[in-house]
Design a protein around this ligand. Structure first.
Ligand code: DC
Length: 227
């Protein structure tokens, strides 16, 4: 039986940075489910479809073949065979991913891909619905959050470091809008699973969060061994 860790939480809470570190330390595969929704969003944007046009999004989803593979431990997302890793990290794609991920056909397709991945390997998977929907029986579940202001500042610093010019207030507003959409959608909204541990990283370092989650895994496996 493979082992699974589910990390859910709002945009910018640090999920992917933390999940990548834990995957490395434990020798697990890191599955970034947001990247799959982003690849689907890129496909939809390329077709010029409006985020409100559910029918066109469902149709577009039918001809998007999304797969992932690993190169030197890094997840590579393929959209109809094309490596799209370098194209999916923009705000435009992120906003479309948030809007198009409300679509039931999009979710069905990507959830089944994610579940298949977790059947064959030990995984740490991050997203919005991992503990509640994709892996309801995950061995460890974490709901990772932080204040919207803190998340916006982290994103701002990241962009500034990359040399981009940006507006902190606009980033914070985007984060708040994205939280609202992700938490209030009808289909698998973002929420803390009943059996997930809440971690607020507002005043924690990355190392502290990583150690905290590895501690949960250790306690859980020790307990399992004693049973
Ligand atoms: O984590 P991210 O910012 O890369 O995700 C982009 C969007 O994709 C997010 O706003 C909502 C959607 N998403 C989702 O609905 N379910 C997931 N498991 C992961 C992401």
């Amino acid at each position: 039986m493979s082992y699974s860790i589910a990390i859910d939480g709002p945009a910018g809470a640090g999920k992917s940075t933390i999940a990548k570190r834990i995957a490395k330390q434990l020798g697990f595969i890191y599955v970034d489910t947001g990247a799959m929704y982003r690849a689907m969003a890129l496909h939809i944007l390329r077709k010029g479809i409006s985020p409100e046009d559910g029918e066109a999004i469902s149709r577009a989803c039918g001809d998007a073949d999304i797969t992932i593979r690993y190169e030197n431990g890094e997840q590579v997302v393929l959209l109809n065979g094309e490596n799209v890793n370098g194209l999916i990290r923009t705000e435009e794609v992120g906003n479309m991913a948030s809007a198009s991920s409300v679509n039931g056909d999009v979710r069905k397709k990507l959830v089944s891909l994610q579940q298949r991945l977790a059947e064959t390997a030990d995984v740490i998977m991050d997203g919005r619905d991992i503990g509640t929907c994709v892996l309801p029986r995950a061995d460890v579940k974490v709901y990772l959050t932080a204040d919207a202001g803190v998340r916006a500042k982290r994103r701002y610093d990241e962009l500034v470091q990359k040399g981009a010019s940006c507006d902190l207030d606009k980033i914070e507003q985007d984060i708040i809008d994205r939280d609202n959409r992700d938490m209030n959608r009808e289909n698998s909204p973002l929420r803390q699973a009943e059996d997930a541990v809440l971690l607020d990283s507002s005043d924690m370092t990355i190392d502290e969060v990583v150690e905290n989650i590895i501690g949960m895994v250790k306690r859980q496996t020790d307990q399992k061994g004693r049973r």
